[in-house]
Design a protein around this ligand. Structure first.
Ligand code: ADP
Length: 348
């Protein structure tokens, strides 16, 4: 579709009619995406941002838009709108390309619903395995040494499985938009310290250290305590896991930078190879060096915490050099995490 600078349609191809149901003659001359055509379902902020990008910044805008066909049916469009400029960088018109991704979205949703249901169902039998194995282990008198060892292996294995099943459940809840974020005023410093304490056992095993540098006495800020613990805990346990014992030295820092509080977690561990860095936040992705040195790991942790950070109005990024170390940066708005309504909490 091509429009003039006010968005009135100058040209639309056959695909436009196929997707929207409006014949070409009803589209030409009208404002693309107006209420009387297929638009108007997004909030005002969305359209304002779109116009700002294409008209003021003269950049390409890309995003998912909820639209409506002529027969009233809703559909989801993946739209890319680009400004076309003349030799003097003045706007001439806009070119919009729209793809109907309704079916893809529905399939994706069905898949997430299946994973959510399946992982929820898997938790009950896993709890029984855990309970009964621990009950057997309580029988100190009648168990032989070898039997005890085997039972301990079962407990460790089923605990790993619970973690994995919970991760899958959380991923599907986040993707379905069911996860609630319920921030309340808590002390970020204390919350980080608690997370460090929770990793004492792992740290001792690695003879590692965590330095919580330049910590303020207290920093009261709106955080969802469970989700914040998940984010910090994941970064901390990765930092410990992916550091060799002689270099297991981790630093945590909080700084106020412009409109953010930035929490950094840095290690001197194996680092993330350059070739793997672009995909490190993707679901189930693990870097080559991590896979080789540590068979265990699901590649879900970073994906989960990136989603949590972004849903709550924050950001996560990292810098890493192989064999030197990795630093993760978390940015929280000064007001803290944004509240998100949902019907499910986080499964730990
Ligand atoms: P997991 O640790 O279960 O594999 P994550 O999603 O937490 O999954 O991490 C994904 C991948 O990112 C890891 O497999 C590893 O390759 C890399 N990674 C994450 N944190 C670090 C770190 N601190 N140092 C080196 N590599 C890391």
């Amino acid at each position: 579709m091509i429009t003039d600078l006010d968005g009135a349609v100058l040209y639309a191809n056959e695909g436009a009619s196929k997707i929207t149901g409006f014949p070409n003659k009803e589209i030409i001359g009208k404002k693309a995406g107006a209420k009387e055509l297929w638009g108007g379902l997004m909030d005002e902020k969305f359209y304002a941002q779109m116009w700002d990008t294409i008209k003021n910044k003269k950049q390409t805008f890309s995003g998912e838009i909820n639209n409506q066909r002529k027969n009233g049916e809703k559909y989801v469009a993946l739209s890319t709108i680009s400004p076309v400029l003349d030799e003097d960088d003045e706007l001439i018109y806009f070119v919009g390309i729209e793809r109907d991704i309704t079916t893809e979205k529905a399939v994706d949703r069905a898949k997430s619903e299946f994973v959510s249901l399946a992982s929820h169902q898997l938790r009950t039998p896993l709890s029984s395995i855990n309970w009964y194995t621990e009950m057997l282990l309580d029988d100190k008198k009648n168990l032989k040494k070898e039997q005890k060892e085997f039972l301990n292996e079962i407990v460790a294995g089923s605990k790993r499985m619970v973690t994995l099943v919970n991760d899958l459940l959380n991923v599907s809840r986040l993707e379905l938009g069911h996860m609630m974020i319920k921030p309340k005023k808590i002390d970020m410093v204390q919350a980080i310290q608690e997370s460090i304490n929770q990793h004492k056992f792992l740290l001792e095993k690695k003879k590692g250290q965590v330095k919580f540098k330049d910590r303020p006495k207290e920093l009261m800020i709106n955080l969802d305590p469970i989700l914040f613990n998940q984010v910090i805990g994941n970064l901390l346990s990765n930092a410990i896991k992916y550091s060799p014992p002689d270099r297991c030295k981790i630093e945590i820092k909080i700084e106020k930078i412009n409109r953010f509080y930035e929490v950094t977690v840095s290690d001197k561990g194996m680092g993330i190879p350059k070739a793997n860095q672009a995909k490190i936040f993707s679901k189930l992705y693990r870097a080559d060096n991590a896979r080789k040195s540590m068979a265990e790991g699901s590649g879900l942790g970073l994906y989960i915490i990136k989603t949590i950070m972004e849903e709550s109005g924050g950001k996560i990024s990292f810098k890493s050099e192989q064999n030197k170390g990795t630093t993760f940066y978390l940015r929280f708005p000064l007001k803290g995490m944004k509240e998100v309504k949902g019907d499910k909490g986080f499964s730990e």
